[in-house]
Each structure stands twice: as C-alpha cells, then as structure tokens.
Design a binder for this molecule. Sequence first.
Ligand SMILES: *Cc1c(COP(=O)(O)O)cnc(C)c1O
Length: 188
Amino acid sequence: MNIPFVDFNSMHAQIANGLYDASSSVINSNWFIQGSEVSSFEQAFSNYLSIHNCIGCGNGLDALVLSLKALGIGQGDEVILPANTFIATALAVTYAGATPVLVEPRLDTYNIDPSKIEEVITPKTKAIIPVHLYGQPAEMDSIMKIANEHDLHVIEDTAQAHGAIYHGKRAGTFGNTGAFSFYPGKNL
Ligand SMILES: *Cc1c(COP(=O)(O)O)cnc(C)c1O
C-alpha cells in the first residue's frame, strides 16, 4: 500500500472552489505584492488571535528572522531554542548572525523543558524561541516567568500551532512576537 507523506489532493479537494476563486481574484486584480488581500488577511488573522498587529511576510522562516532583527538580536548574541524542532528555528538564529543554544525537550510533550533553560543562560543570552510542536503549546507560563526574570525576549515559533490555546490564549500571543507558517503542509 502506498501512503503519501503529505496528501495535498485530499486536503485541497474540500476547499478547492474557494482556493480557485481566491487565486483568480488575485490574478485578475493584477496586484501581486501587498495590496488589499494582504491587509485584509493581516486584519482577519490578528482578530482571530485577539492581538493588535499582524504582518504578512514571505514564510515562517522570514517571520522568525525578522522578529530577531526587529528585537536587535545578531552577532555575539545567544538564543535558546529546543533541540527537538524543525531546522528553520535554528536557521533563523544563524541567519540573524546569532548563536543557537539548544535545550533538550520533555519526554512527555516533545516541547522545550523549562526546567533546563536557566542552566544555559549566559550574559550573552538575548532571547528564547519556544516551539509549539505538533500543535501542542509549549509551557508558556514557566517560559515567560524565566524570560521576565532574566530580561530576555521571547519569539514563539508557532509554525505548527495555528489556533492552539494555552490557558485561554492562542499560541503565538504570549511573547514579543509569534511567527507562523502558511506552507500548505502545516497544521493550518
Ligand atoms: C515549517 C516550520 C518553520 C518554517 O516555516 P516556513 O514557512 O516553511 O519557512 C519554522 N518552524 C517550524 C517548527 C516549522 O515546522
């Protein structure tokens, strides 16, 4: 039996007409960058997350890199992230010029183990990037407490957790920024 790794056909079949209508309206408008489609999506997604600002960018990796740059993180800085994640989390840190510092995950959640974060904090640490892996939010209460105590920024890698809720709030809305991916194979 052949089981496809990611089966876009069956996923898209359920919403195919909507996808065709939306792409034809973009093509017919001749407006391919920014424009009203992007701003109406930004508005709709920030309403969905109950946050004030949402900015469309090229992909989830860019969202992470831009978050790091916006927070002034670069050469000589260290950024803590889980050892168990997709490569883009660490790539974003190296693209920004900073150094990734890996922390082991919890065996029962596969997400970063908050009890192991403090031991890797140094004077060079500038931020933590928790990843909400496989749709399951990381332990944001403990992570935000550690970040506040050590004056660190928090960038949530929410590429795999659109709509996930942690203690009544959507994943991606706890830290300084939350980065999402809209690649069709994602949990979206
Ligand atoms: C896919 C993914 C990204 C990057 O998103 P792209 O849109 O593919 O650039 C970042 N982090 C995690 C955890 C991901 O799964």
